[in-house]
Ligand binder design. Sequence first.
Ligand SMILES: [Zn+2]
Length: 142
Amino acid sequence: MKSIIQFPSKLLTPIREYLQHEQMKLMKSKSELKREDPFTDSQRVDDNADIGKEAAEQFGHQRSEALRSEVDKILINIRKTLTKIKIGKYGLCEKCGKLIDTDRLAINPTAEFCMDCQKKSVATVRHPATKMKPKKPSGRKL
Ligand SMILES: [Zn+2]
């Protein structure tokens, strides 16, 4: 009889604690990034006095924004993983439902897919649906 494979809570607790810790760290760095962003600086005067400074601000803004969206992605992943822990689905591949290799989870605790599915999803480049309709036999002769 097949039983649902689950991670023992003994193993899950440190993972959950680690993720919660990471979550806190990321939220903090996100607010720091926002502070670093020259565009959120209310004291900023758009005086065009210094082209170099303008460019630096533009660059700083883009960098800050890019980093924040990266942080957001990780945060979403962490939240998702924490939910999975809560409902007892941690470590299960989202595609095939098999248990993800623990070595893989040790490196990437928020892994969504098992090795096989990950490989497949990387290999399959998403094409627009180009389903060919099966040709209708046109001839009447058999
Ligand atoms: Zn899988």
